[in-house]
Design a binder for this molecule. Structure first.
Ligand SMILES: Cc1ncc(COP(=O)(O)O)c(C=O)c1O
Length: 433
C-alpha cells in the first residue's frame, strides 16, 4: 500500500522527505501554528461534497445534501460546504449559533436532537430554521407549544427507528428498536406520533427521517432504511392523509481509517438509495430526498499532526511513544476502539523500524491513539501525521487535564488559513467567575 493512500488528495512527500498537504509543508505548519495541529485539505472537502451532490442530482433532481456538522464544525469549513451547495444539520443551540454567525441561511438548516432544550427550540424558531427533525412525542409537544405561543409554524420531519441494525460499533448504531434516538415503527409509536403531529398547532408535518448509524460499509442496510422510510410514509398517507414532501434517510457511510479498511464508494451508495426510493414510490411522486453525510465529507480531509515527546521501552514488552496530544483531542480510540494509522511526517521514513504504541499525554492508561504500529525508529521532536482525523475527533475534544484544544488550519494551493486558534490558558481561566 502507498503510505499516502488514505491521506487527503493533495498530500505528497517532497524531495526533503517532508510531508506536504494542500501544498503546505507540515514542518512549516508545525513551526507556525504549533502542535498538535489539525490540518484540513480544502480540495478534499470539496471533492467529497461533489462526490455526493453530482451523482445524486444526476439521478434525482429534487435532492439535497445537508452536512452533519457534529462531525466537525468551524466557520471556514462551513463556508466551504455552503459554497459547494450543501445545507447543514445541527444538534444544538451552539451549532445553530455558529452556523448563523458564519452566514449560513437558517432555512438551509435541519435541527436534530433527542432532547432539544426549550431555549434551543426557541432559538431555532426565532432564527427561522428550515426543518426540525422531531425525535418523539415530548420533543413534538415542546416545539408545538412554543410555535403556537409565538404564532409560528415549524416544518417537521419525524425521526423514526426502522428496526434496521447496521454492522458498526454499538455506540454508533442508532436504527434498532433499543435506541435512545427516534420513534419506533414496529411498536405503533411512530404512527401515533404522526397522528399527534397532524393534530398539533404550529406544526406542519412535511416528512420522515431515519439514521441507522455511522461508519457503515454495507450499502444494503442504508438502502433498506430508505425503503422503510418510503413504505412508512405511504402507509401514513393512506391511513391518515399525511402527505409528505421530504424523505431523509440520514448519513452513515464509512471511511477508511487504516489501509485495510474497505471504504464505501459514495456513487454506489447514492445510486442504491435513489433506486430504493424510486422502487418504493408510486410513479410521478418525487419528494425531496435529503442525505446527511458527516464523516465521509470531513474525515478524509483531516490530518492530525503530533510531535513525539517521551519514549519508554519495556524490554520484551512494548515501546510507548508519547505525543503531545491524545484523548483530549481525539477520544475515538479510547471511546470505541477506533483504529488509526500514522506516518513520519518531518523526515524520510528510512532506517530500521520497530513496532510501537502511540500514546497520548493525558492521565488515563486508556489514552492510546494507536495500539501497535510499525514505524521507523522514532526520536523526540519527530512529527507524526495521522490521516482520516477530520471527523468526531476535535468535535469530541475536551479540556481534560486542563489541556488546551489544538489549532486548526485549512490548507489550499500552498496557503494555510487558521480556522480555529489554539486555546490559551486565559481561555481556560475565562470560564471561572
Ligand atoms: C441524524 C444524523 N444524521 C447524520 C449523521 C451523520 O452521520 P455520519 O457522520 O456517519 O455520516 C448523524 C451522526 O451520528 C446523525 O445522528
Amino acid at each position: 500500500m502507498n503510505e499516502l493512500d488514505i491521506f487527503p488528495i493533495d498530500t505528497v512527500r517532497d524531495a526533503s522527505g517532508h510531508l506536504s498537504v494542500g501544498g503546505c509543508d507540515v514542518v512549516d505548519l508545525a513551526a507556525e501554528f504549533g502542535t498538535p495541529l489539525y490540518i484540513y485539505d480544502e480540495a478534499t472537502i470539496r471533492a467529497n461534497c461533489r462526490a455526493y451532490l453530482q451523482p445524486l442530482r444526476a439521478q434525482y433532481a429534487n435532492a439535497s445534501i445537508t452536512y452533519a456538522g457534529k462531525a466537525y464544525l468551524d466557520p471556514t469549513i462551513l463556508g466551504i460546504v455552503r459554497e459547494e451547495g450543501l445545507g447543514l444539520d445541527v444538534v444544538s443551540g451552539g451549532e445553530i449559533t455558529l452556523a448563523l454567525a458564519a452566514g449560513f441561511q437558517a432555512a438551509d438548516i435541519v435541527f436534530h436532537g433527542n432532547n432539544k432544550l426549550p431555549a434551543e427550540l426557541a432559538l431555532a424558531l426565532d432564527a427561522g430554521v428550515g426543518r426540525f427533525a422531531i425525535d418523539g412525542e415530548d420533543d413534538l409537544r415542546a416545539l408545538s407549544g412554543l410555535a403556537d405561543e409565538t404564532g409560528r409554524t415549524a416544518r417537521v420531519i419525524l425521526r423514526l427507528t426502522p428496526g434496521i441494525s447496521a454492522h458498526t460499533h454499538e455506540y454508533i448504531r442508532t436504527g434498532m428498536l433499543d435506541s435512545k434516538f427516534g420513534t419506533p415503527i414496529s411498536t405503533g409509536d411512530a404512527e401515533r406520533l404522526v397522528r399527534l403531529a397532524l393534530d398539533s398547532p404550529g406544526i406542519e408535518l412535511v416528512g420522515y427521517h431515519a439514521h441507522i448509524g455511522s461508519q457503515i460499509f454495507d450499502v444494503e442496510p442504508l438502502a433498506d432504511n430508505a425503503t422503510a422510510l418510503v413504505e412508512f410514509a405511504l402507509a401514513m398517507q393512506e391511513r391518515h392523509g399525511a402527505d409528505f414532501s421530504v424523505l431523509s434517510p440520514g448519513g452513515g457511510s464509512g471511511v477508511r481509517y487504516v489501509g485495510a479498511d474497505d471504504g464505501l464508494d459514495i456513487g454506489l451508495l447514492v445510486g442504491a438509495i435513489v433506486d430504493a426510493v424510486r422502487a418504493a414510490l408510486p410513479p410521478g411522486h418525487e419528494p425531496e430526498l435529503i442525505l446527511e453525510p458527516g464523516r465521509s465529507i470531513i474525515a478524509p480531509a483531516g490530518v492530525a499532526l503530533y510531535e513525539v515527546g517521551t519514549l519508554k521501552t519495556i524490554p520484551g514488552v512494548r515501546t510507548y511513544v508519547a505525543v503531545d496530544g491524545g484523548m483530549a483531542d481525539n477520544i475515538r480510540p479510547a471511546l470505541y476502539q477506533a483504529e488509526y494509522t500514522a506516518i513520519l511526517a518531518g523526515r524520510e521514513p528510512a532506517g530500521p523500524t520497530e513496532t510501537v504504541s502511540i500514546v497520548g499525554r493525558y492521565c488515563e492508561s486508556g489514552d492510546i491513539l494507536i495500539q501497535g504500529i510499525e514505524l521507523p525508529e522514532l526520536r523526540r521532536g519527530d512529527l507524526l501525521a495521522m490521516p482520516t482525523a477530520g471527523a468526531y475527533s476535535l468535535a469530541l475534544a475536551s479540556n481534560y487535564n486542563m489541556s488546551l484544544r489544538p489549532a486548526v488550519v485549512v490548507v489550499n494551493d500552498g496557503q494555510p488559513r487558521l480556522s480555529r486558534r489554539r486555546e490559551t490558558y486565559d481561555d481556560l481561566l475565562a470560564h471561572f467567575p
